[in-house]
Write a protein that binds this ligand. Sequence first.
Ligand code: C2E
Ligand code: CA
Ligand code: CA
Ligand code: CA
Length: 275
Amino acid sequence: AKKSGKNRHAWFDASMERDLQARNELESGLRVAIPRHQIVPYFEQQVELGSGKLTGFEVLARWEHPTRGLISPEAFIPIAEETGMIADLSLSVMHQAFTAARDWDPGLIISINISPWQLRDAWLAQKIIKVLTETGFPARRCEIEITETALFDNLALAQSIVGSLKNQGVRLALDDFGTGYSSLAHLRALPFDRIKIDKSFVTSLIESADSAAIVGAIARLGESLNLPVTAEGVEDAEIEQRLTAIGVSKGQGWYYGKPLSVAGARRLLAERRLI
Ligand code: C2E
Ligand code: CA
Ligand code: CA
Ligand code: CA
């Protein structure tokens, strides 16, 4: 039976109100969680395909909520961006990650996600360099991952920020390549050192001929531009094998393990004599 318009409305309003309330709770929670260092770095292994050698970690933010457990960045990064809290959040996560990683094996690269929103801050490079100095973490062991979206409305600023960081030895990766957010034109706009293939193509590599063709094309593009390629979303041995055959140099994903806490990463490194 068809519901009366009035009832449908009442139900819809109630659910929207719940969404809005949940969002507001996350926002006010986030405001105190950042200074209390409850937004913490988790570490996802990055490996050299073929040898299986650990080359470093991608840092992924997690909210260690006192009552709700771990909250995913998909739930709070957009709120942090809308409210401008992303700047403090990002510097706090970076500070914790570099502090943890400074006495790990010096061969390990630490990759940090920078949101396009942050590339509008003229002081971003100075702020990142300050965190590197404070923590004593060498710039050449740091890689910045950028997914471009709104970068082109201030390309000159993004170029100058990236230029200052690269002068210090920081590396630059283009994240989520192949999606609507990162395309061919962006490759030339900034001095990237690496391309990361979006996980959507990698997880579907075996079932989808289209995905396989796209991954192959990105690998060849990387070869001709002399940019090494990392595949994210490596979920099993079959995908790893296929990527190796295609010529992708690095991989990361659940096949190598879920992202680790600082303590978890330390345990892994101790087992492998990398700490
Ligand atoms: P991303 O940078 O593309 O990160 C990769 C995401 O894929 C991570 O989700 C990771 O946990 C997940 N993943 C890893 N391996 C696999 C796999 O084998 N299969 C599948 N299906 N997924 C896998 P996560 O940690 O939930 O992060 C989501 C997004 O949140 C990130 O996407 C990134 O855009 C953003 N993010 C996370 N941490 C930060 C941060 O500190 N700063 C900023 N600005 N953004 C962050
Ligand atoms: Ca990333
Ligand atoms: Ca990515
Ligand atoms: Ca992504």
